[in-house]
Design a protein around this ligand. Structure first.
Ligand SMILES: NC(=O)c1ccc[n+]([C@@H]2O[C@H](COP(=O)([O-])OP(=O)(O)OC[C@H]3O[C@@H](n4cnc5c(N)ncnc54)[C@H](OP(=O)(O)O)[C@@H]3O)[C@@H](O)[C@H]2O)c1
Length: 323
């Protein structure tokens, strides 16, 4: 089968399209014929081994996992003998960080992995980008115990995490102020934001409103800059460690002190989470934002585009159209 393979860490062009063996299916796995996947910031981090400490997990000198791709949507082609909850022909979608393998024509996924049958009426390309940014967003929302009626600011509302966060927050009944640049104001309003601040004309940290939670979904602010935006006891969350790696430290210390807190949760994903996203999609409360779609053969260009830091929502890879 065809797959996007990288055998050393580095820039996008370390990835090449090669013929590799189709994965074997264990007793408790399903074999998925991948129709669509994505290139996202998680793939970029693992491909480049950034941050460097990631190498302790992914292989010190060379990557142990040579086919990346964590989000997938496709057709179940076969199931292992002990699998009962999926069958050949099911349309499935999900998140496979850890084993990866979605940048290929076939991948195997554990039956109890982060997958579910696809919402009705969705194409594979629409379903594939449903779980990466959204699972980071949901982890943040749950860690900060955000609930209906609260005021939340989302900084970087146009990334995969930010665009999902705005929608997930609205589904909970929170009031959302989103920060983005001029060209995306209408898009972000369409995601449900109650108020939009254009960061190219206004300093969002000078906003007069106070928030229960500030969620930095692009990891470009600091707790110090955002502190005054928070109500007493409010929470600051960031998708990144911060310029001095201070966020994990602050997350350990600030909960022990009175006043505003920093939270830095470890992202989690499981089957229940994918089912949660499926329900939101079916209810019309969550639609993953798609920027561009590339065929698998042009995955290097997809990586290059994602690494500009300018993508709006998600970048999809259509595996089918390459076959
Ligand atoms: N290392 C990893 O494994 C990993 C994995 C996932 C996420 N992350 C972290 O999570 C962040 C978000 O990832 P993502 O995939 O959701 O999105 P992303 O690709 O990093 O974000 C792109 C979006 O952010 C907007 N943006 C860029 N600079 C901004 C700024 N200064 N203020 C407001 N918006 C800005 C861009 O639009 P404009 O420039 O037009 O505003 C674009 O729409 C990453 O940057 C990274 O810090 C890391």
């Amino acid at each position: 089968m065809k797959a996007a393979v990288h055998t050393r860490y580095g820039p996008p062009d370390v990835v090449r399209i090669e013929e590799v063996d189709k994965p074997a299916v264990k007793d408790d796995e399903v074999l998925v014929k991948v129709h669509a996947t994505t290139v996202n910031r998680t793939d970029c981090g693992f491909r480049a081994a950034k941050p460097l400490l990631l190498r302790f997990l992914t292989g010190l000198i060379r990557p142990k996992i040579t086919v990346l791709g964590n989000e997938f949507a496709g057709l179940v082609e076969a199931v292992g003998p002990s699998v009962t909850s999926f069958k050949a022909g099911d349309r499935v979608f999900g998140y496979n960080e850890g084993p990866f393998g979605a940048h290929a024509e076939y991948m195997s996924v554990p039956e109890d992995g982060s997958q579910a049958t696809m919402p009705d009426g969705m194409t594979f390309e629409e379903a594939a980008p449903s779980t990466e940014g959204s699972h980071y967003a949901l982890t943040f929302i749950r860690k900060a115990r955000i609930r209906g009626g609260q005021d939340v600011m989302v900084y970087g509302a146009t990334g995969a995490i930010g665009s999902a966060a705005v929608q997930l927050l609205k589904s909970l009944g929170t009031t959302v102020t989103a920060v983005c640049d001029t060209r995306n104001v209408e898009l972000v309003k369409g995601l449900g934001a109650d108020r939009v601040i254009d960061y190219t004309v206004e300093d969002f940290t000078a906003d007069g409103q106070r928030y229960d939670v500030v969620l930095d979904a692009v990891g470009k602010s600091t707790f110090g800059r955002c502190r005054r935006l928070l109500k007493p006891g409010g929470t600051y969350l960031s998708s990144d460690v911060g310029p001095w790696w201070q966020n994990p430290f602050l997350a350990a210390v600030t909960p022990l002190l009175p006043g505003r807190k920093v939270r830095f949760p470890i992202p989690k994903h499981d089957q229940a989470m994918v089912l949660y996203f499926k329900r939101l999609i079916e209810n019309g409360e969550f639609t993953p934002v798609i920027d561009r779609t590339y065929p698998l053969d042009r995955i290097v260009e997809a990586y290059q585009y994602v690494e500009t830091g300018q993508k709006i929502g998600n970048v999809v890879i259509s595996v089918e159209s390459s076959s």
